[in-house]
Design a binder for this molecule. Structure first.
Ligand code: ZN
Length: 143
């Protein structure tokens, strides 16, 4: 990823300090805007950045450019979490196998196609009770 400019770093620091709250198990939960993929994101003045990617960046520096592309994965599986200690870099495949290992997704025994997980093709019902994986604003809207 292209390094953040000093002005962007200022924006990232401000957003991560003012738009997060402490959650369970050491998670630091994003309370700002969320993308339709369920990850926090915001405008830095030059680009949109994922809140968790921004948090990783501040702690570790730019995500290395390579093929296959690296993504910031969560050990806690909480998409809103911005605690860099709950993240690791991996490929999309690593992330997929991590989800498989945690029982988050499964494959249909006959077709081999994914039948769960975070794919947008498998819409999940929005829970009525507070779920740490769901943006509080979405929950509020659906009450
Ligand atoms: Zn976490």
């Amino acid at each position: 990823m292209r390094p953040l400019t000093p002005a962007e770093v200022t924006v990232v620091r401000r957003h991560l300090s003012t738009r997060t709250v402490s959650g369970d198990d050491g998670c630091i939960l994003w309370t700002g805007a969320f993308s339709d993929t369920g990850y926090g994101n915001f405008w830095t003045s030059e680009r949109y950045i994922g809140a968790h990617r921004a948090a990783w960046y501040l702690a570790n520096g730019p995500i290395p450019e390579q093929r296959p592309q690296l993504v910031v994965c969560h050990t806690c599986d909480v998409r809103a979490c911005c605690n860099p200690e709950h993240m690791f870099l991996g490929t999309r495949k690593d992330n997929h196998y991590d989800a498989l290992a945690k029982g988050k997704i499964a494959h249909h025994p006959k077709t081999g196609r994914m039948v769960g997980g975070s794919g947008r093709s498998v819409p999940k019902p929005i829970p009525r009770n507070l779920d740490k994986n769901v943006c509080p604003l979405i929950l509020e809207r659906n009450r």
